[in-house]
Write a protein that binds this ligand. Structure first.
Ligand SMILES: O=C(O)CCC(=O)C(=O)O
Ligand SMILES: [Fe+2]
Length: 308
């Protein structure tokens, strides 16, 4: 097959893949650099395959600017939510009953940096949408040209904020095994520290007990079906970004005190599937959502008349 027929085959295949959930099982997660947008779509996005991109963040000011002192001095009085990890581990259903505590960033950083503290917390709900200036320290990676950013800021803050997080995690903390809702695609970028990751393709759901399994230390007596699962492990180092395709289960653990970004993203590739995700959850919201993405200027007036 000539290279042009390969690419035209791929293009039509890609088009079909836009509208349905598709995944490609892997034994390990590839690390790529110098990856073009077209190759990202062809090799990863359109076939639902995770990848670590090692140079997507190379121009980010955040890499040198964001650290514990920066957040304490510039955002110390801001309140955010942290998971209380000890309480959370004793719960049966991690995803529906997580315990959160509200804490100022300054107090949280004190907990992280104090050797005397016996608390184990994970600041996992610090929304970057509330501090748009922080975006200027990051650049949207070319792969994700994010359509959510079309939405007016007030609407974004109301609906999308929770999936645009800065995570400041103590060593050994984790948000638990889950997949992101609405068939969202996600990327996790490590600014400092390191994360260990376990990924499982969507077809593995039957072995995962709705995410109750601790993939880093599975209790096979309690969750025997997990023995059949095919977890794929990888590490995200500082300056690297992991792309998580729709409906892939993921369990991430901070191997060190770690600052990262977890962003749900939507672009021309993921739009159709995410739209279906919204429609499945709530047809009215699903239709309004697609309307706003097509005509972002409608966002403000619809909000003003109370329809959003
Ligand atoms: O980095 C983490 O701890 C998990 C990120 C994640 O999967 C999420 O926010 O949905
Ligand atoms: Fe997630």
């Amino acid at each position: 097959m000539s290279s042009s027929s390969v690419s035209s085959y791929s293009k039509s295949q890609q088009y079909n893949n836009k509208c349905k959930l598709i995944w490609t099982p892997v034994d390990s997660v590839e690390r790529r650099s110098n990856l073009s947008y077209e190759d990202f779509v062809r090799e990863y996005a359109s076939v639902g395959k995770p990848v670590i991109i090692t140079d997507a963040m190379k121009n980010w000011k955040a890499l040198t600017k964001w650290n514990m002192d920066f957040f304490k001095s510039e955002y110390g009085s801001v309140k955010a939510f942290a998971m209380d990890y000890k309480a959370e581990t004793s719960m049966k259903d991690r995803m529906s009953e997580q315990t959160y505590v509200e804490i100022s960033i300054a107090d949280y950083i004190d907990v992280i940096t104090s050797s005397a503290s016996d608390k184990l917390l994970y600041l996992s709900e610090f929304h970057i949408g509330d501090h748009p200036e922080l975006w200027e320290d990051c650049e949207d990676p070319i792969y994700f040209n994010n359509w959510y950013k079309k939405i007016p800021l007030t609407l974004f803050q109301k609906y999308i904020n929770h999936s645009y997080d800065i995570h400041i995690g103590q060593k050994n903390t984790s948000v638990g095994l889950h997949y992101d809702s609405y068939h969202d695609t996600a990327w996790v970028a490590v600014i400092s520290g390191q994360k260990q990751v376990v990924l499982l393709s969507p077809d593995q759901e039957k072995y995962l007990y709705k995410g109750q399994v601790d993939c880093f230390n599975p209790d096979l007596e309690k969750f025997p079906l997990y023995a059949n699962a095919k977890p794929v492990k990888c590490i995200i180092n500082q300056g690297e970004l992991l792309y998580i395709p729709p409906d892939w289960w993921h369990h991430l653990k901070n191997l060190e005190d770690t600052i990262s970004l977890a962003i749900n993203t939507m672009n021309e590739w993921s739009y159709e599937l995410i739209r279906q995700g919204f429609l499945e959850q709530n047809p009215i919201k699903g239709h309004i959502f697609s309307l706003i993405i097509k005509f972002p200027f409608l966002g403000k007036p619809l909000m003003a008349v109370g329809l959003l």
